[in-house]
Design a protein around this ligand. Structure first.
Ligand SMILES: [Zn+2]
Length: 400
């Protein structure tokens, strides 16, 4: 098992750096969402389907964006049925909407669910296929058709979905989350506009920010990391460590919101190539089975996976501690790694993130372990392999 996984991970590690991963052009700063809207009109598209979720739409957050697109001469229709962890039904309804409106471009506005849902809608539309047939990571071997012009405006700082090659969709019947992976799903232009984030409540700011941190840390300790992903992951980690608590405590601080939005995108660029690890593999199961929000599950699981992995990656965790100004000078790598993990626990506590997952049940352990290890092994470049026994031990610590 370990040998096969290691070989598959090595192949991924060799193949992924050779794949051209497009990076979107990013507009950054207060007002950048409207700059992007004006730019969209300049690309020659005429009919834009704006994809968002119901609450954002009702709050009026997308109104200025719609107005700006219309002022630029575009015809706009809104699909606002995206829900957290969108299922196949929401994706297919979006495909129908896109076809009925005859859209020639899509703009996603929202958190990771809206951007992922838009990616899935575009992929299903382009390939005339159901999302269940497009999941999986081996899409490189099965080329998909090109999607319509795609643009994104994230309204949370965490998922990094605006820059990644992946979209997570849920199979509500099987209670599973699946990733569609294809470089064609990367938007061509995005806006990181902190003005859209100042109203985010602390209970969203905290888990989404910890999701960004998890992306950066898992990418940094991945065996598939490259010099480029290392640089991005270090910068993202340092920025989240410096800014997240302030964003949580003082959400209207626009500089801090902007820093978090940029950190989230940098972390996204790091993990889209280096991959994630066990934190995500287990968090996806908590989302699929119990609907625990993605960032929250990551935040709770992250310190436990790092404690388990430390023996194989203390020097990497020490790097992240140093770049974040954590730990005493002259401390050993092991001490710095411990200080880094302790800091994550401290941040979780300061943001009222619990240490356990209250929905988790011991009778589900076997199912969770099967699925998490199947997701991680051979796909993610984890620094230390987890056995079923190791997994069970970790899950026991997560029981409320
Ligand atoms: Zn994530």
């Amino acid at each position: 098992m370990n040998l096969i996984s290691t070989i598959r991970t090595r192949i991924n590690g060799r193949v992924l750096p050779m794949i051209n991963m497009p990076k979107p052009f990013s507009f950054v700063g207060a007002g950048s969402a409207l700059s992007l809207c004006r730019e969209i009109a300049g690309t020659g598209v005429k009919r834009v389907l704006l994809i968002t979720d119901g609450p954002l739409f009702k709050m009026g957050l997308v109104d200025p964006i719609v107005a700006s697109l219309k002022d630029s001469g575009l015809t706009v229709e809104v699909y606002s049925d995206v829900v957290p962890d969108p299922g196949f039904d929401v994706v297919m309804a979006g495909v129908d909407k896109l076809k009925a409106f005859k859209a020639d471009a899509v703009l996603a506005v929202g958190g990771g669910s809206s951007i992922d849902c838009a990616k899935a809608i575009l992929m299903c539309h382009a390939n005339n296929a159901h999302p269940s047939t497009l999941t999986g990571i081996w899409l490189y071997a099965r080329p998909r058709k090109k999607i319509l012009p795609f643009f994104a405006i994230p309204t949370t700082a965490g998922t990094g979905s605006e820059v990644t090659i992946a979209a997570v969709v849920s199979d509500k019947v099987a209670q599973m989350k699946y990733a569609m992976v294809d470089p064609k799903m990367v938007p061509s232009m995005v806006a990181l506009d902190p003005e859209l984030m100042v109203g985010l409540p602390p209970f969203i700011t905290a888990p989404t920010g910890m999701d960004a941190l998890t992306h950066a840390v898992e990418a940094y300790i991945s065996t598939m990391a490259t010099a480029e992903t290392d640089e991005l992951a270090r910068m993202a980690t340092a920025s989240v460590m410096r800014n997240l608590l302030e964003a949580y405590n003082n959400g209207s601080n626009i500089q801090v919101r902007e820093a978090m939005a940029v950190a989230s995108s940098m972390a996204g660029l790091a993990f889209t190539r280096a991959g994630v690890g066990y934190v995500h593999a287990f968090a996806h199961q908590m989302g699929g089975l119990y609907h625990v929000p993605h960032g929250l599950a990551n935040a709770i699981i992250l310190p436990l996976v790092l404690e388990f992995s430390k023996i194989k990656c203390a020097h990497r965790l020490a790097d992240l501690a140093r770049v974040s100004g954590i730990g005493k000078s002259g401390a050993s790598d092991s001490q710095l790694a411990d200080a880094f993990i302790a800091k994550i626990r401290e941040m979780n506590a300061a943001m009222d993130i619990p240490q356990t997952i209250k929905e988790l049940k011991r009778e589900d352990f076997a199912k969770i372990i099967d699925r998490a290890l199947a997701e991680a092994h051979g796909t993610y470049g984890v620094p230390r392999y987890m056995s079923r026994e190791d997994s069970s031990e970790m899950l026991t610590k997560l029981l409320a």
